[in-house]
Structures are given as structure tokens and as C-alpha cells.
Design a protein around this ligand. Structure first.
Ligand SMILES: Cc1cc2nc3c(=O)[nH]c(=O)nc-3n(C[C@H](O)[C@H](O)[C@H](O)COP(=O)(O)OP(=O)(O)OC[C@H]3O[C@@H](n4cnc5c(N)ncnc54)[C@H](O)[C@@H]3O)c2cc1C
Ligand code: FES
Ligand code: FES
Length: 489
């Protein structure tokens, strides 16, 4: 039957209309057993920033969703004794963007993760989801390809590892079998005298790449001794460019060498025309990006230090929360769950497909978090989950059990009714016009101050880049946020 919410091909992105079973995995074994039982009909849910959007847009219609977000041990970054680094599949993009060890050893990975559409998407999205979605535009993919990453997959018959370059098979297609999940990504030790650079061209900050490029480079005796180059958004899968790398190895950097390599990169890719850019433009930009990235990498090596850390960060890797929900909820069933919202426990009945934003607004009458795009692009629905800004329009209510949720209503002192200092600064600076984006901006600003005590203007602009204001009142918002940097009593 046609979806009654669809009008002439347009989808209502406020609701998740499809029915599905919801299963909450407590271990990798749970997840792969259920994957096998549904025999290709189930999808894993990590951060949901691809999956929930695809379901809302009716591009995915799984019979079951298996939440892997509560599985312990998958959200850790481990430095191994042999110098390699293992990254769990649930490590968030934001953690990678701000982790000091990643920044020091694999600067291009931190750079790529810091280039995502918004801070909220970085906080919710995981590295495992980025790779397993199989998008040619996945920003971590070109970097991980140049770093010789290996992926570990777990299935019902055990674990296997394969080089990342064998993982991507086509748009949306990966080497994962129906009963398999990605558990870990391993990066070989970064050798002294090596560096990596990531560049991305996009129409606006909060957009997928028109083209992205990563290069890893080692220098010995004044020459390029090792090199790998990879690009995203220029072919059906993220791709290595071995001919370009071969042309650079053994050479001394010069602008002429860079120009030759740029021309080779433009030839080696297989771009298409789409809404973001034409194939012709992608070839031009590949040429320029290769030249820029090569020069940057060479300069880093000459300076023998990685680029400075883009921003100070102290958000810990996600903690594990006890579950208070039956692990299985069948499609169409409803279950009473407990949500901790603004310091209080609220009991609500939900179906598997109910979104946190609907529950907050409709059932708990907390209408501060706003509905707008419904697909992660405007941040009007930002709330804090465990102290971090997240988009309530992309969170399944059942998956929020055990989390500490704060909405804009929760910032006010419950006894005196006094507003939070950030709210007061927004008022004092008239940092609103229609006010629709204001609660989202305030909640994102609170997330910023949870993470960075005294942010610079550049850090503020970067952190809030995904919070769109339709009235374009950004100048007064900047004044309010900068004025909030020092809390006033
Ligand atoms: C507004 C917006 C902006 C975005 N900007 C960017 C951007 O700039 N760059 C970019 O690269 N991406 C971007 N994305 C896409 C998305 O945020 C990332 O791909 C993100 O890393 C996905 O991670 P997730 O945990 O949310 O994945 P999910 O949505 O949970 O999962 C994605 C897919 O991978 C599968 N999956 C997840 N984890 C595993 C696992 N461990 N094993 C097997 N399968 C798994 C899921 O079943 C699903 O099919 C953007 C998305 C939105 C909505
Ligand atoms: S309504 Fe959630 S991001 Fe736009
Ligand atoms: S003040 Fe109107 S949308 Fe921002």
C-alpha cells in the first residue's frame, strides 16, 4: 500500500512511517545472531545519521533494526604495543576529530572527521557507520585507504580481516555478508618522517563532498620515499590512485612535479555528473586538490611537525549505559520505556518507529526542540544527550533509554525559574528574530562550552556550523555566544 504521508513523491520527514522490529544488542554475538535470523532483512543501527535519514526518505525499508549502540567495548581507541592503533566501530566521528593521539599520528583522519556537515552529525555518526554505509562520499574512507587500514568483520561463523581497499564494492555495497558486522578498524603504526593530509571540496560546509582527497607521504633523504593517494566522490567507490603515488615516489617535491601528478589524478578518476557537480568540474578540482595536498604534506614534513590541533577537546568516548528496555520490540507493538529528561524520569509508551523528537514534543509537551528539516540538516531539533548535542529528529526513542537527555526547558533553574547564562546572553544580544532556530542554537552552544572552556571565534563558528538560522541572524548569535564564554553570576 502507498504511504499515505507521501504527496507527489515528497516524503514527510517528521515521522518514521515504516514498521520494523526493534532489537537492542548487548553483545556482538547478539547482533550477528539476529542478523543471521533476519537473513538480510535487518539493518544495524549505530548513530542513525545515514540509516534513519534513508528510512525517512524511503530508500531503506528493513524488517528489523538492531541497535548496536549499547554493545560495550566497540567505542574505544586503543594504541597497540606494535604501534598500530585499533578503532572500535562505534567510535564517533567527533571523538576522532578531537582525539589528541589520532591528531598526532594520523592528522588527515582528524581533519576528515572535523569536516563533517555539523558537530551534531559528528557526535552521533560513527566510523563504522561511515564505512558500512558504502557511500563514495564517506569522508573517512579516502584517509583510511591511504593509511592502509584493515577492517575486522564479525559473523556467525567467526571473525575475518581484510584490507579496506577490498571492502568497498559499489555505491551502497560492501564486502559485508548478511550476517556480518564491522567491529574494528586497525591502522598500522605511523612511521617517523611521515604525514597525511585530507582536503574536501563541498558546496557549503554542511554538505557532502563534491570531491575529497587524502595523501599519506614519507620523506627520506630529501625525497618522497612512500606515498598513497585516495579520493572520494569521484567514482562508484572511494578509490586509491596508485599511478599517481607511483609517479611521486623517489622524486623531490617541486610545483612542476605536483602539476604532473595533478593531471594524472584528473585522468585516473571516473566521476559522474550529479546535483553537487559535473564530472568535468570534478576532474578539474581533483587536479588542483592533488597539487594543494601534496604541497601541504611536503610542508608538514619539512616543518617535521603535524598541523596544529584544530580545536581543544575533552569529550570522553561514549560511556556504556545499563538497559531498562526489553531487548526485543516487535513491529506494531508498544512498550513502556523510561526516559531521563531534564533530570526527571518520564514513563512513555512507544512503538519501535517512534522518534525522540516526537516523544519530547508530543508526549512530554517539551516543544523547545523544533521540527524543521527532519533529516539532520538544520539542527533546530538539537538536544543534549549525555552532555553532547544531538539531533532528536534522527534518534529512535527506544534507543534513548538510559541516556541523560536535556532540552532547552531543562536549562532553567527549576526552583527559581532563572534562565541559564547562555539564554540570558541570547536575550541581551537580541540573538533571535523569529526564534525558531534559537533553542537548537542554545543547546549546541551549551555542548560547545561543555567541551571547550574558552573557545575562539573560529572554534565557535566551526562548532555551530550546522545550526541554520532562516532569519540569518548570525552576527547577533556570534555576539551572544562570545559573550557567554565567561559565565556571569
Ligand atoms: C546532515 C548530514 C550531514 C552529513 N555530512 C557528512 C559528511 O560531511 N561526511 C560524511 O562522510 N558523511 C556525512 N553524513 C553521513 C553520515 O553522518 C556518516 O556516514 C556517519 O558516519 C554514519 O554513521 P552512523 O553511525 O550514523 O551510521 P548509521 O546510520 O547508524 O548506519 C549507516 C549504515 O551502516 C550500517 N552499519 C552501521 N554500523 C555498522 C557496523 N558496525 N557494522 C555493519 N554495518 C553497520 C547500518 O546498518 C547502515 O546501513 C552526513 C549525514 C547527514 C544527515
Ligand atoms: S529538524 Fe532535526 S536537523 Fe532539522
Ligand atoms: S531566528 Fe528565525 S530561524 Fe533563526
Amino acid at each position: 500500500m502507498d504511504n499515505p504521508m507521501q504527496v507527489k513523491g515528497m516524503t514527510n520527514s517528521h515521522l518514521l512511517m515504516q514498521g520494523f522490529d526493534y532489537l537492542d544488542a548487548a553483545s556482538v554475538e547478539d547482533a550477528v545472531t539476529w542478523l543471521a535470523q533476519y537473513n538480510g532483512g535487518a539493518r544495524l543501527l549505530a548513530g542513525g545519521t545515514d540509516l534513519i535519514v534513508m528510512m525517512k526518505m524511503e530508500r531503506a525499508n528493513p524488517r528489523a533494526i538492531i541497535n548496536i549502540g549499547h554493545i560495550p567495548g566497540l567505542n574505544e581507541i586503543k594504541a597497540n604495543p606494535d604501534g598500530s592503533v585499533s578503532i572500535g566501530a562505534l567510535v564517533s566521528i567527533h571523538t576522532l576529530a578531537t582525539d589528541a593521539m589520532i591528531h598526532q599520528r594520523y592528522p588527515a583522519l582528524a581533519e576528515a572527521c572535523g569536516s563533517f556537515g555539523s558537530t551534531q552529525i559528528e557526535v552521533m555518526g560513527t566510523i563504522g557507520g561511515n564505512l558500512c554505509n558504502g557511500s563514495p562520499a564517506a569522508d573517512t574512507a579516502p584517509v583510511l585507504l591511504t593509511l592502509c587500514a584493515e577492517v575486522t568483520l564479525a559473523g556467525s561463523s567467526g571473525r575475518r580481516s581484510l584490507p579496506l581497499e577490498k571492502f568497498f564494492l559499489g555505491p551502497g555495497k560492501t564486502a559485508l555478508q548478511p550476517d556480518e558486522m564491522l567491529v574494528e578498524i586497525t591502522l598500522p603504526a605511523s612511521s617517523p618522517g611521515s604525514t597525511s593530509v585530507f582536503l574536501k571540496a563541498s558546496r557549503v560546509a554542511a554538505d557532502l563532498a563534491i570531491a575529497s582527497l587524502a595523501i599519506s607521504l614519507s620523506r627520506r633523504a630529501g625525497r618522497i620515499s612512500e606515498c598513497r593517494v585516495a579520493m572520494g566522490s569521484v567514482a562508484p567507490t572511494p578509490m586509491l590512485l596508485p599511478r599517481v603515488a607511483d609517479a611521486l615516489i623517489g622524486c623531490v617535491y617541486s610545483p612542476e612535479l605536483a602539476a604532473e601528478a595533478g593531471a594524472l589524478a584528473a585522468e585516473a578518476i571516473a566521476p559522474i555528473d550529479d546535483v553537487r557537480a559535473s564530472g568535468w568540474y570534478r576532474r578539474q578540482i581533483a587536479n588542483v586538490m592533488l597539487q594543494d595536498a601534496l604541497q601541504l604534506a611536503w610542508d608538514h614534513l619539512a616543518a617535521s611537525k603535524p598541523p596544529s590541533m584544530p580545536r581543544r577537546a575533552s569529550i570522553p568516548v561514549n560511556g556504556h549505559h545499563a538497559l531498562s528496555i526489553a531487548p526485543v520490540m516487535k513491529s506494531g507493538e508498544r512498550q513502556e520505556i523510561e526516559l531521563k529528561v531534564n533530570g526527571r524520569i518520564a514513563k512513555v509508551w512507544v512503538a519501535p518507529n517512534e522518534l525522540l523528537l516526537n516523544v519530547l514534543r508530543g508526549k512530554l509537551e517539551l516543544t523547545g526542540a523544533k521540527y524543521a528539516c527532519g533529516i539532520g540538516e538544520c539542527s533546530a531539533c538539537t538536544v543534549q544527550v549525555d552532555g553532547k548535542p544531538m539531533l532528536a529528529c534522527l534518534v529512535l526513542a527506544a534507543s534513548a533509554v538510559g541516556k541523560d537527555i536535556v532540552t532547552v526547558e531543562g536549562l532553567q533553574d527549576p526552583q527559581s525559574g532563572e534562565l541559564d547564562w547562555v539564554q540570558r546572553n541570547f536575550i541581551d544580544n537580541t540573538a533571535f528574530q523569529c526564534g525558531y532556530c534559537t533553542p537548537g542554537l542554545i543547546m549546541a552552544t551549551k555542548g560547545l562550552f561543555n567541551e571547550i572552556v574558552d573557545p575562539s571565534e573560529e572554534q565557535i563558528r566551526h562548532y555551530l556550523r550546522g545550526n541554520l538560522c532562516r532569519c540569518t541572524g548570525y552576527a547577533s548569535v556570534m555576539r551572544a555566544v562570545m559573550g557567554s564564554a565567561t559565565p556571569q553570576e
